[in-house]
Design a protein around this ligand. Sequence first.
Ligand code: IVH
Length: 719
Amino acid sequence: MADALIAVEDLSEEQAGQELTRLAAAIAHHDALYHGNDQPEISDAEYDALKRRNDAIEARFPTLVRSDSPSQRVGAAPAGIFSQITHARPMLSLDNTFSDEDVADFVASVYRFLGVMPDNSIAFTAEPKIDGLSMSIRYENRKLKTAATRGDGTTGENVTANILTIKEIPTELPADAPDVVEVRGEVYMAKSDFLALNAQMEAEGKQTYVNPRNTAAGSLRQLDAKVTASRKLKFFAYAWGEMSTMPSDTQSGMVEAFKGWGFPVNPLTRRLTSVEEIITHYREIGLQRADLDYDIDGVVYKVDRLDLQARLGFRSRSPRWATAHKFPAEQAFTKVEAIDIQVGRTGALTPVARLEPITVGGVVVTNATLHNADYIEGIGNGGERIREEGHDIRIGDTVIVQRAGDVIPQVLDVVLEKRTESSVKYEFPKTCPVCGSHAVREKNEKTGKLDSVTRCTGGFVCSAQAKEHIKHFVSRNAFDIEGLGTKQVDFFFDSEDPALMIRTAPDIFTLKQRQEASSLTRLENIDGFGRVSVRKLFDAIDARREIALNRFIFALGIRHVGETTAKLLARSYGSYAAFAEAMQEAAPKFGEAWNELNSIDGIGEVVAASMVEFFKEPRNLEVVSRLLKEVTPRDAEAVTASNSPVAGKTVVFTGSLERFTRDEAKARAESLGAKVAGSVSKKTDYLVAGPGAGSKLDKAREVGVTVMTEDEWLALIGG
Ligand code: IVH
């Protein structure tokens, strides 16, 4: 890092990219020191020089502007500056639908879940999906108390001072509003205000902003609320959190009530009943999209009646009673400059097209996924052609790139007319580009077909897999260690220094101790760290020495075990010891433990087998045992509703149910803290049998399980 600075006009493109990376990190570092009330390490003049250099390089190489560039941040308030607010009710997200068929499926699934014939009797609201930032605003005794961003859905940042500057948001509610009100909705910046702001920035010779959404986000994350005030942010109300009393029993009625209390609500909202009406409305909104003064990225449909919403309930992260129908993605033409391979956590080799930078829907795209070897050839997952004959993707080809929302951009098709002699057909590697092990396509035992994914067989030998594993381990839904992002993991993983390196997850937790024992390599002296960030990192690590069992299981990175499965496992086994023991016992793939694992509703044979394999591998057991010396997984709370009569009980539903659908029965039982199993065993507490129950009923009688009718079950759980 001691190299003299190269003059901006002499930088090659590659050097410019490297410099921008360095500057982004350095400026973020100094921002953190400055805002965190800690001793700044450089003078204001030196800080300004860094920013000027960043701006000058970006002006020369506009395609290299990074999304985390200081120029893209409004005032740059780094994470962790605002205090945290835990939402009284979690802020969830929505499932996406893309096609008319998806919408019809969604509507059908609502009827099916509720056990109603699809007869257009259920009304839905259709609301534009505003492309801004969701916000929860809490009023106590009709006075605005707090405002919080969504954050991870459970806790968000306290941005009350900034929200108070938004004129459209009432600070007081009328006398007829309940004592506790949490109004939720979207903060956004109008397109016209965004354009005006950019015109002003340009006139002042400053870097312009990328899009209204990012600018709105940056404007809200200002420590100085005066800056937020100057940005003219706006708001639409469409949802709620805690309410001491409900002003209505429908979605549309709630939004009307918000309007009555002085909140802006979206004028394009409709109440509709048939799939046809819904699709027609979607198309109409699509036609108006360009003329609206705010960005929208789809239309949200919600079941109108709140009692039906309550019955439908939630999947792990999103409601069953709503979906977001997204507008088609944006597309653009560009050239494939190279194809690289990325090696993932499970060894999957993913080809990535390096593109000539191109703006797609306001965002610069330089990489796009090519999914797998077949996709490059133009063959889909089921072996079908997905592009015309001859449309394999070659280096040098002109291609159509598509970007949809936050999803990774993908290469859709090749423009064959533009293919030249110099384009090169891509040979998919037969070995892992990182560790050199064989790369293979597994055969699916059931179908006998080749898997579409090519995998590195290196396992623990492959540093790419090990590194990705650590990135997964620290990620938001796993250990969620702030300060250990992609760049930091790369740094610690690549380090050869015993006082710094992190090669396996347990090493994270011994880092501080190794640092303290070493007189040589102090992390705080390394570029990009500094005293405060090191302290914060160690605090963040220590804060995770105790962790929820489901996060712990998810973090292990067992193939096929996602967040939902991890939650199921945590709930079913309760403690890590019970879980690990069961996995050992399930290893022969028959017997009680194996059957019990398979009887967990939502866990199939592939998942079960993958878990057993994981716990058979001595290397995994060794890493886990080292990890358990550092970290304590917290026993799963057996129940969400501990006062419910079925909390912690295991129930099996069988026969043709008449009082509720199977899905509804399961969702309801789980929300009351019961476990729903797919088969009867000695551990079953209740068997709820509808008409026509057969072998499960026999088995229940045989092992002495309590058998009840649907009505008896309903009486037990209170209707
Ligand atoms: S309802 C439990 N309605 O979309 C459902 N969300 O993809 C809560 N959004 O986080 C969300 N317009 O930020 C809802 N009319 C609308 C919306 C909307 C925009 C955003 C919101 C949410 C995201 C989910």
